[in-house]
Design a protein around this ligand. Structure first.
Ligand SMILES: Nc1ncnc2c1ncn2[C@@H]1O[C@H](COP(=O)(O)OP(=O)(O)OP(=O)(O)O)[C@@H](O)[C@H]1O
Ligand SMILES: [Mg+2]
Length: 362
């Protein structure tokens, strides 16, 4: 008796090496209908290779791929790409230049003219291109072409949609709108989506779940909130923002620093630890006319630093401090309305509830 509701897409222990070097190493994940999972990681970590194996254009060395619970690779005969009910959208989403928009969208549909016309019209309306059917791709802007490509990929109602950096060719202003519209459409269609990106912002914006990949392996999976607020290690934290790192030695589950003691439970006595803080969780305070800073219990002990550099980034300003106690540089983010002057001495405090503690990574 098969599971009544298997995940739409499931991959188990997928592995692929090139020239003896594992590029995808024991990767497992699943995506439910109507869900978006983002495979996020730096260039070369194996994202596209994973996607290509699911599409069926690359063969794994080991592992199983199931769609709706049915194996399409491993655990039985391998199904060719066209028999997997998988839609593809890549960065160079080349439309067929000699076909009209309508013919492009109808490309993967059964040869029933009335049915084709209905589906094409419905999809062009959904991607806001009603009336564009007779045009040719070269008459469209990049964003319009992108929407046609999306309509084409969705036309045969694929069970699974695989997208490899599909928005990276678009300029910034277009991108946000097209991302949101794409997401709405994919959700309406109930497709399971695996989206590859190396941009954390894109993953945070699009994903129900992020699978963080590094060196061919998935190092962490979770909702964007959890991945951002409970990173599994220093590199996972650093992938999403600049970070500050303070080293110390854990003694009796406490680590002393110039910012006071931090709880470091679960670290052996004498173990070296790294306390990792995102710039927005460094709090800045003033001298208050000689009375000194005014920390709360959450903030711990203030330490003084002198501003080296301040960069205005619009929504926020990034401020680099050289700390008086050891000359190290710490970066704080402040709302963009402030742009403090280099040379100013200020106090810094660290939010206890917002720092991460990791064993020293070598
Ligand atoms: N056919 C191939 N033959 C040999 N090596 C390959 C092949 N395909 C991919 N690789 C190597 O495998 C590694 C992972 O490639 P992959 O394209 O999966 O990375 P990626 O995570 O998609 O990176 P990017 O973000 O740059 O697109 C790279 O080092 C790449 O050079
Ligand atoms: Mg790639």
């Amino acid at each position: 008796m098969p599971d009544p509701s298997p995940p739409r897409l499931e991959i188990c222990n997928l592995t692929r090496a090139f020239g003896g070097r594992p590029v995808v190493d024991d990767v497992s994940l699943s995506v439910a209908a109507g869900q978006v999972t983002c495979l996020l990681g730096p260039s070369g970590c194996g994202k596209s290779t994973t996607l290509r194996m699911i599409a069926g254009v690359e063969q794994p060395d080991a592992g199983i791929i199931r769609i709706d619970g049915q194996p399409v690779c491993g655990d039985g005969p391998t199904r060719p790409p066209e028999a997997r009910s998988v839609g593809l959208m890549f960065q160079d989403f080349a439309l067929f230049p000699h076909l009209t928009v309508a013919q492009n969208v109808a490309f993967g549909l059964p040869r029933d003219r009335a049915l084709q016309a209905r589906r094409v019209e419905e999809l062009l309306e959904r991607v806001n291109l009603t009336g564009y059917g007779p045009k040719h791709p070269h008459q469209l802007s990049g964003g319009e072409q992108q929407r046609v490509a999306l309509a084409r990929a969705l036309a045969p109602r694929p069970r699974v949609m695989l997208m490899d950096e599909p928005f990276s060719g678009l300029d910034n202003r277009l991108r946000d709108g097209i991302r949101d519209a794409t997401l709405d459409l994919l959700k309406e269609e109930g497709t399971a989506v695996l989206l590859v990106t190396h941009e954390p912002d894109e993953a945070m914006r699009m994903a129900d779940e992020i699978a963080l990949m590094r060196g061919g392996r998935i190092v962490q999976r979770g909702a964007p909130y959890n991945i951002y607020n409970a990173p599994v290690d220093k590199a996972a934290a650093a992938f999403f923002s600049d970070i500050n790192v303070i080293r110390g030695t854990s003694r009796g589950a406490l680590t002393d620093t110039p910012f006071g003691a931090f709880l470091t439970p679960g670290h052996a006595d004498g173990a070296e630890v790294e306390i990792v803080i995102r710039p927005q969780h460094l709090k800045i305070d003033f001298d208050r006319g000689g009375r000194g800073p005014n920390p709360t219990a959450q903030d711990g002990t203030p330490a003084r630093g002198v501003i080296q550099r301040a960069r205005y980034l619009g929504r926020e300003s990034l401020v680099d401090f050289r700390m008086e106690h050891d000359g190290s540089i710490l970066t704080a983010s402040v709302p963009g309305v402030f742009l403090p002057k280099p040379g100013t001495a200020l106090w810094l405090m660290i939010r206890r509830d917002r720092c991460f503690v990791f064993p020293v990574s070598r």
